[in-house]
Design a protein around this ligand. Structure first.
Ligand code: NAD
Ligand code: ZN
Ligand code: ZN
Length: 352
């Protein structure tokens, strides 16, 4: 079922209109939910580096079909429910689980839309990624199962936690770390600084953080990293010496240099977790650059159960996203600042 768009009520939306064009803020109709759909009044929407990858993508590189509204980190409150939507009431404060799948496969049935069996056939990866997302006054959510109540948690926290919190949480959950483990976090931006806090909250690992920006390393330190390093010629040697070989590397960049660094500092049997979509390449070969017994994982977002756990951690005060807030009308400035490496933590857009 697809919501009906009313001609009379209009709302601003930041849309990718065509591949290769900058996002444009245009007025669109407010959809009316039908069937299982829920209309959410957006109160905050985070800007992810993936949004820049989408804007920079060559036509045909991604399966999405513009035009669509950007924004996959969303929080707000329930504005209206379709006739078959249940489990929530109008006015309830919610975070939106973003990686919407086909809705019918075994994975989607248990809230693991991030691993939807039909993912390769869909023309979207989720809200704001091929489907209309949350950089707008309203977002139409296909089903109430994608909505997680946030209680009294601030929407400017809840929105970025749906990805900048959920993705690292899922990545860390996939690791088996001994009490004396060493973990290297590469890239301390929106995801990376929350990753450090999650490692602190749910593991006993020593955390080493690496970035090219000094203010990102300050943030790493405040997020609980035991050691921070500015990337340079000797970084791999220092990390190898100080970790004795890392048990896991979480790469939130995914470029050629960071993948090479990760492979170099990993201990035999360690795990390289490639979260960043930087398009870098790493040779998988035996023998090759990875140590013996190494594992490589390519996590994508997380499950809706894990999002509930992330929201619970935030409500308990164990994790806190550092945010810079902008009105939706200043989205262009926020995107430029993110591209230039001037955002500390996560940029979050608020309704004007
Ligand atoms: P961000 O821009 O907020 O942070 C990236 C950080 O990496 C910045 O602090 C930057 O200074 C640092 N960095 C850049 N080059 C570096 C290098 N060579 N060495 C060390 N540090 C370097 O980005 P973000 O929103 O946190 O996203 C990070 C990556 O994760 C992006 O590629 C994004 O597309 C991807 N992502 C993946 C998933 C997933 O499900 N796998 C989900 C969300 C985001
Ligand atoms: Zn994202
Ligand atoms: Zn599915």
């Amino acid at each position: 079922m697809v919501g009906v768009v009313t001609a009379t009520r209009k709302t601003p939306a930041l849309r990718l209109v065509a591949w290769g064009s900058p996002p444009s803020l245009v007025d669109v109709g407010v959809p009316e939910p039908t069937g299982t759909e829920v209309l959410v009044r957006v109160e905050a929407a985070g800007i992810c580096h993936s949004d820049l990858h989408v804007l920079d993508a060559a036509p045909g590189a991604l399966p999405y079909r513009p035009p669509f509204t950007l924004g996959h980190e969303i929080a707000g409150h329930v504005a209206a429910l379709g006739g078959e939507a249940s489990g929530l009431a109008a006015g309830e404060r919610v975070a939106v689980y973003g990686p919407w799948g086909c809705g019918t496969c075994r994975r989607c049935a248990v809230g693991e839309d991030n691993h939807c069996d039909l993912r390769a056939e869909l023309s979207w990866s989720g809200a704001g990624l091929g489907r209309d997302g949350g950089m707008a006054g309203y977002v139409l959510v296909p089903h109430s199962r994608h909505l997680v109540p946030i209680g009294d948690l601030d929407v400017t926290q809840a929105a970025p936690l749906t990805d900048a919190g959920l993705t690292p949480y899922h990545a860390v959950a996939g690791l088996k770390l001994a009490e004396d483990a060493s973990v290297v976090v590469i890239g301390v931006g929106g995801l990376g600084h929350v990753a450090i806090q999650i490692l602190r909250a749910v593991t006993r690992a020593r955390v080493f953080a690496v970035d090219v920006r000094e203010d990102a390393l300050d943030l790493a330190h405040r997020s609980g990293a035991d050691r921070t390093l500015c990337t340079g010629a000797g970084t791999a040697a220092v990390l190898r010496r100080e970790t004795g070989g890392a048990d896991a590397v979480l790469d939130f960049v995914g470029g050629d240099p960071t993948l090479a660094l990760g492979a170099e500092v990993l201990r035999p049997g360690g795990t390289l977790v490639i979260v960043g979509s930087g398009g870098g390449k790493l040779t998988i070969a035996k023998p090759g650059p990875l140590p013996q017994g190494a594992s490589v994982s390519l996590p994508f977002w997380g499950s809706s159960r894990e999002l509930r756990e992330v929201i619970a951690l935030a409500r308990a005060g164990s994790i806190r996203v550092e945010t810079e807030q902008f009105p939706l009308s200043a989205a262009e400035e926020a995107f430029t600042r993110l591209r230039d490496g001037h955002i500390r933590g996560r940029a979050v857009l608020l309704p004007d």
